[in-house]
Every structure is written in structure tokens, then in C-alpha cells.
Design a protein around this ligand. Structure first.
Ligand SMILES: Nc1nc2c(c(=O)[nH]1)N[C@@H](CN(C=O)c1ccc(C(=O)N[C@@H](CCC(=O)O)C(=O)O)cc1)CN2
Length: 285
């Protein structure tokens, strides 16, 4: 039997409809959420993502600023801009598009963003709050993964979730968020022995290993929910996930495609975080 497909675009639209409503209500109190996006250099994919963020702000009624800086911009100048945005009251969220050019230290820039404006959820204080279970701005892609699993109707509590990948921006935070939902979580990575034996026990399988079509049907327990966070650009220009969708969908339960699965959720959760940050800034959350 072929699995049902989890449509990330549709879920995004539903969430955005809710955000639009909240923005309308906030505007009656004179509050407009504001997002600043900073892009350094001309990476083509980053340019597309930044344009999409700008469009999302426009569509949802947010105030937005996009700062496009030369590839040769110094770290000092970038930090000065972040400092200025930290102090700007019309800005509730600051996002520095990654990757940055090699001469700029990513960590120095992330650490410089005010914790309450860190709508990427990458600042060490937000990461620490996530670890100890305190309120924090959640990283967008992992938050999107949890939202998509919820939409399948599967109760995560007590289920075995296996996460393939241990990156700071996806694997680690996703595993923490799954634990928060009371799932029993196992993490696998490039050095895991007998990976298939472990993944075949998963009721929920989240794949974020960065290798095109790595997971095939042999890795998957029949009926398991499969979430593919991979985005690999192939030599033919096409986008492939970390999951071999055609093979896996024959055995799995609900499954996300690439494109059209987790990807669209990333920008939507960013907008959600900016809304939360704006409400907190005005004592409304
Ligand atoms: N500061 C940040 N930088 C980067 C992040 C991030 O969350 N914060 N994530 C990625 C890029 N990204 C958003 O910035 C992003 C990636 C992919 C998508 C998306 O909608 N993907 C589509 C396919 C798009 C395509 O065809 O290329 C999909 O999967 O359907 C949105 C946002 C790295 N940098």
C-alpha cells in the first residue's frame, strides 16, 4: 500500500492563515512584528531564501528590512549592523542568512544577536533553554518537523523516534523536541553500527544526514512516519532528499516529500517565531 504524503506547503498555508489573523489583532493594538534579514554575499540559493522571507513578511503584514552586504564585508561591519538591529525597536527578529563567507566566524555573529530577537533559535542561550525545557525561540526547521508529525495525528508519547544525523541545527534540536513530546529517542549518525537494525524499530524516523537517497525501504518499519529533512542538489540540478521517496513510500506510513515537505515549514516557523518575539517585546505573551 502506498503511504499518505505529508504536504508541507498545505500545512504552512494553514499556519500562515493563523499568523495573519493574529497580526490583524495585534495591529489594532499598534503592534507590527518586524523582521530584519541580513544576507552577506551572492550565494544563489541564499538569495532565493531571503527573497522568500521578504515575500512572507509582505504577505503576512510584517515590517521587514533586508540588508544585502558585499561578500567582502568584514566581520566587524557585520557585527556593527547586528548591534544596531539589536537596539532598533521596530525589529523583533534578526536572521543572518547562512552560510556566511569563510572569513566570517558564524558563531561570533550568532552570539551577537540579542537572545530575544534570535528568531533562528541558534543563540547558545536559546539552545540551553531548549535543553532544559524552558521557554525559548525554537529553531525553525526542527519546530517544523514536530508540527508536521503532529499533523499526521500520531500521538508521539511513548513512541520510538529515531533521528539520523546529529547536527546542531537539525539532528540535536529535533531529538530534544521529540523528547519533549515524550517520545523515546535514539540518535544515529555516520559512525552508528547496524543502523538499519535501529531504524527498523522506529515508529517515527527523522532523517537529516545530508546524503541523497540514503534511506531506502530496508531502513523503515512498515507504517512508520518518515520525515525527510535532507536537501541535496544533484548534478542534474534536481533536489533530492535523504530518503529514497519512491522506495520508502511503499512501506512507510505518512511521509514527507522533497521538495514540498519540511522545506516550506522553515520560513513559516520563522514567521511564527517573529510573531512570538513581537508579542513578548510588547508584554503580550
Ligand atoms: N539563518 C538561517 N540560514 C539558513 C537556514 C535557516 O533556517 N536559518 N536554513 C537553510 C535555508 N532556508 C532558510 O533559510 C530554507 C531552505 C529551504 C527552504 C525550502 O522551502 N525548500 C524547498 C525547496 C526549495 C528549492 O527548490 O531550492 C522545499 O524543500 O520544498 C526554505 C528555507 C540554510 N540557511
Amino acid at each position: 500500500m502506498t503511504a499518505s504524503i505529508i504536504n508541507g506547503k498545505e500545512v504552512s498555508q494553514e499556519i500562515r492563515a493563523g499568523i495573519t489573523e493574529e497580526v490583524k489583532q495585534l495591529s489594532e493594538q499598534g503592534v507590527v512584528p518586524g523582521l530584519a534579514v541580513v544576507l552577506v554575499g551572492e550565494d544563489p540559493a541564499s538569495q532565493v531564501y531571503v527573497r522568500n522571507k521578504e515575500k512572507a513578511c509582505h504577505d503576512l503584514g510584517f515590517y521587514s528590512e533586508v540588508h544585502r552586504l558585499d561578500a567582502g564585508t568584514s566581520q566587524e561591519d557585520l557585527l556593527a549592523l547586528v548591534d544596531k538591529l539589536n537596539k532598533q525597536s521596530s525589529i523583533n527578529g534578526i536572521l543572518v542568512q547562512l552560510p556566511l563567507p569563510k572569513h566570517i566566524e558564524e558563531k561570533a555573529v550568532i552570539d551577537a544577536i540579542a537572545v530575544e530577537k534570535d528568531v533562528d533559535g541558534f543563540h547558545p542561550v536559546n539552545v540551553g533553554n531548549l535543553v532544559i525545557g524552558d521557554d525559548s525561540l525554537l529553531p525553525c526547521t526542527p519546530a517544523g518537523v514536530i508540527e508536521l508529525i503532529k499533523r499526521t495525528g500520531l500521538e508521539m508519547s511513548g513512541k520510538h523516534a529515531v533521528v539520523i544525523g546529529r547536527s546542531n541545527i537539525v539532528g540535536k534540536p529535533v531529538s530534544l523536541l521529540l523528547q519533549r513530546e515524550n517520545a523515546t529517542v535514539t540518535m544515529c549518525h555516520s559512525r552508528t553500527a547496524n543502523m538499519k537494525e535501529i531504524t527498523r524499530q522506529a515508529d517515527i524516523l527523522v532523517v537529516a544526514i545530508g546524503r541523497a537517497n540514503f534511506v531506502d525501504a530496508d531502513y523503515v518499519k512498515p507504517g512508520a512516519v518518515v520525515i525527510d529533512v535532507g536537501m541535496n542538489r544533484l548534478d542534474n540540478g534536481k533536489l533530492a532528499g535523504d530518503v529514497d521517496f519512491e522506495s520508502v513510500k511503499e512501506v512507510s506510513g505518512p511521509i514527507t516529500p522533497v521538495p514540498g515537505g519540511v522545506g516550506p515549514m522553515t520560513i513559516t516557523m520563522l514567521m511564527q517565531n517573529t510573531l512570538i518575539a513581537a508579542k513578548r517585546a510588547h508584554g503580550l505573551a
